[in-house]
Design a protein around this ligand. Structure first.
Ligand code: OGA
Ligand code: NI
Length: 359
């Protein structure tokens, strides 16, 4: 360590932040070394599994709403994947591949815009409908990530088209409508997988808020020194992730890092901390990360259900129907707003925010 901690880190973070063009700006300027604000100690790439027996679950949703037998099988597959991995991919989810490709393309178009245009969107005010920045936790995390992102809050308030970036406005709205529909189906199936009535999670408001976080991971000259996204779990109920074909997403499973294989047309689904909290640990919110790579850019869009932009005061606590004398509540009551504030203040530092809400 030593030398890297002996510098005016804050000044370097600020200088980077003030460029307002993120990591892509650095790469476009031709950097061949990773600046020290991005260097992670210890190095992040360890214990990646080579165990090919670990098959990342893929669930085929085809026919769940038409064929009761298929539905039972799908719910059971979701239960097993939820209890063992906390992560799975879905195929035949009803969103056309053209929509997925156009969404990824829209994120690319946004980031390919001239610096002067990108700068106009740059903001650290996450309560805004749309905000573009590099590292939401730039000033609070121990080391920065090799990634730029923009967020779009799509529900409960539907943004006006002009509040969304012109480079990808139409596809954001189309994608949002499709993801909302799929999300509602998943909450129905997850409710059934928890043994609850079909509408339980929707009636609790799990599908009320939806935000897209569009990530751009530029190619990295020294990928072993930094990371695309630090290990973390998500601070929502459920995340649906669209990733391109570059790869790099890994899930922490049985004490090792397992690759989530990019699969054209598939979407990745994972549980967030709030689902773990209300399910009283039945469905875990599993840690994941994204490696930096010499190949890039990598593009992904994470759609967060229940990640609040500051207005959701609904009380969240372990669902009564899931509790018993043998399974008392493990978490105190909170709200999505309180949870989000705590999570953002803490930043991605490799530790869980959820433990702070444990009884
Ligand atoms: C996230 C996330 C993974 C990815 O946004 O929370 O984990 O592949 N993203 O970008
Ligand atoms: Ni995540």
């Amino acid at each position: 360590m030593g030398e890297e901690t002996n510098y005016d880190r804050h000044a370097e973070l600020k200088a980077f932040d003030e460029t307002k063009v993120g990591v892509k700006g650095l790469v476009d300027s031709g950097v061949t070394k990773v600046p020290r604000i991005f260097i992670h100690h210890p190095p992040q790439i360890n214990n990646t599994t080579s165990d090919s027996d670990l098959n990342f679950p893929v669930i085929n949703l085809d026919g769940f709403d038409k064929d009761p037998e298929k539905r039972l099988r799908i719910v059971e597959e979701i239960r097993v994947a939820s209890e063992t991995w906390g992560f799975f991919q879905v195929v035949n989810h009803g969103i056309p591949i053209g929509t997925l490709e156009e969404m990824l393309d829209g994120v690319r178009r946004f980031n390919d815009q001239a610096p002067e245009i990108r700068k106009q969107y740059y903001s650290r005010d996450l309560s805004q409908t749309m905000a573009y920045n590099s590292n939401f936790d730039l000033y609070s995390s121990p080391a920065a990530n090799w990634r730029d992102s923009f967020s779009c809050a799509m529900a409960p308030r539907t943004p006006l088209p002009e509040e969304l970036p012109a480079a990808c406005r139409e596809i954001l709205i189309e994608f949002f409508n499709r993801i909302m529909k799929l999300g509602r189906c998943l909450f129905i199936l997850l409710s059934e997988a928890l043994g609850l009535s079909s509408n339980h999670l929707i009636d609790m408001g799990c599908a009320d808020a939806l935000a897209h976080l569009c990530h751009y991971y530029p190619a990295c000259p020294e990928p072993d020194l930094t990371i695309g996204t630090t290990q973390h779990s998500d601070n929502d109920f459920v995340t649906i992730l669209l990733q391109d074909n570059v790869g790099g997403l890994q899930v922490h499973h049985r004490n090792q890092w397992v690759d989530v294989p990019p699969t054209p047309g598939a979407l990745v689904v994972n549980h967030g901390d709030l689902l773990q909290l209300i399910s009283n640990d039945k469905f875990k919110s599993v840690e994941h990360r994204v490696l930096a790579s010499k190949t890039g850019p990598r593009i992904s869009v994470a759609s967060f259900f229940g990640r609040d932009s500051g207005t959701n005061a609904r009380v969240l606590e372990p669902i009564k129907e899931l509790l018993s004398d043998d399974n008392p509540p493990k978490y105190r009551a909170t709200t999505a707003t309180e949870y989000t504030e705590f999570y953002r203040r803490k930043g991605l530092d490799g530790t869980s925010a959820l433990v702070h809400f444990r009884l």
